[in-house]
Design a binder for this molecule. Sequence first.
Ligand code: ATP
Ligand SMILES: Nc1nc2c(ncn2[C@@H]2O[C@H](COP(=O)(O)O)[C@@H](O)[C@H]2O)c(=O)[nH]1
Length: 402
Amino acid sequence: MGEEAPEYLLDGLDKFSPLRCDLESQGYQTATTVGDKIYVIGGSDDGTKLSMNVKVFDKLTGIWSIPTVLGTKPVPSKGHSAVLFNNDRILILTRDSPLDDCTWFLEVSTPFVKEKNKILGTEVVAWSKGVRGDGPMPIVISGPSGVGKGTLISKLMKEFPSTFGFSVSHTTRAPREKEVDGVHYHFTERSKMEKEIMDGKFLESALVHGNLYGTSIEAVEAVTDAGKRCILDIDVQGARSVRSSSLEAIFIFICPPSFEDLEKRLRDRGTETEEQVQKRLRNAKAELDQGKSPGLFDHILVNDVLETCYKNLKKILGLDETADALYQQSMKNHKIPLCYSISKTDQKFLIHGGSNELGAATPTSFMLDASLLKGGAPGRTRGLKIYAIDPLTDSLNWIEQL
Ligand SMILES: Nc1ncnc2c1ncn2[C@@H]1O[C@H](COP(=O)(O)OP(=O)(O)OP(=O)(O)O)[C@@H](O)[C@H]1O
Ligand SMILES: Nc1nc2c(ncn2[C@@H]2O[C@H](COP(=O)(O)O)[C@@H](O)[C@H]2O)c(=O)[nH]1
């Protein structure tokens, strides 16, 4: 059998030590040792409500520190377990939670965290939610200004409102008439955005047509947290940055049928001054060249007749609403119990639940297979498999792969 992961995770610390008593009194629940450091998770923001804060103890220096935490932390549950995984992240399993919201990873030394560490010069940790299977990957839509990206995205969001969600970018450009702050963009001051970029809050950012634009990690997470597939409308520089990040996505480049068509669309839209139109057209030439860079985009679509292009976009996205609905349902029907023990064998975790209040046929034990994990912060950790264990035999006969 594999190694036992302590159920009471402050067990990582000496039972009667003042340190452990102090942490328990502050609501901290788990302590996980990674190399020379102990990551303590839990605590409370206001002294009453539980939170999922992180504190790090350096065993070599004997110093506590509060790291920079990237990504959205889990909503505090009725407790959690923490198990070191792959030596670079801690698996967090929240108690009494639906299966679609129970598995989280606190990354402590993954490539993403190491890179941010270097940039920020501070201790960094990053949250990433675990999702079953491949999960729906975010979609990056790019192409020159005026090609019709926004028009295509609006059609998609209108036809599939519960499937897709738009990543609301930040920009320093002024709002156009009818543009709403927080809906079309987060309109912001340049100095504020520059500071937030320095603080590591952005997945990517770029200077586009003279203004700063960027996708915050929070914008992408807000969409995925709502259970939707995220769509990013960003320029080619942004697409390149996302491509070289650890966020797995589908990259689609939209081309105009001709440069003249592009120019006409941009002018007819009537949102830019002549000077801005000229600048955007100049930039479009370079963007159209870069769109053909090998390995950057997975698909190139020509937006000539809008309806044809839209049909092709849907084909690429393999839209299957029924499958998505079934997946959501199966994940909501099952819950990680309040009390369980957890053990780990290689890359598999056995979550053994207590007595079954819901009836003998309802599984309270699960097997989490993390052997095919991919992705991670700043996005989801994909590739998890979850099996329910037959409650009647209580044996390792998986009754279903959820
Ligand atoms: N296939 C098409 N045929 C003709 N006009 C189109 C087509 N697609 C979009 N348009 C029009 O072209 C204009 C530009 O489209 P849209 O605003 O969607 O472009 P965009 O790529 O999002 O631009 P930007 O990058 O500047 O935000 C709009 O007025 C839109 O109605
Ligand atoms: N790199 C990024 N590019 C972005 C982002 N949001 C939008 N954009 C691109 O900017 C241009 C101009 O947009 P407009 O709204 O001023 O017409 C367009 O190509 C968008 O795709 C972003 O977050 N990052």
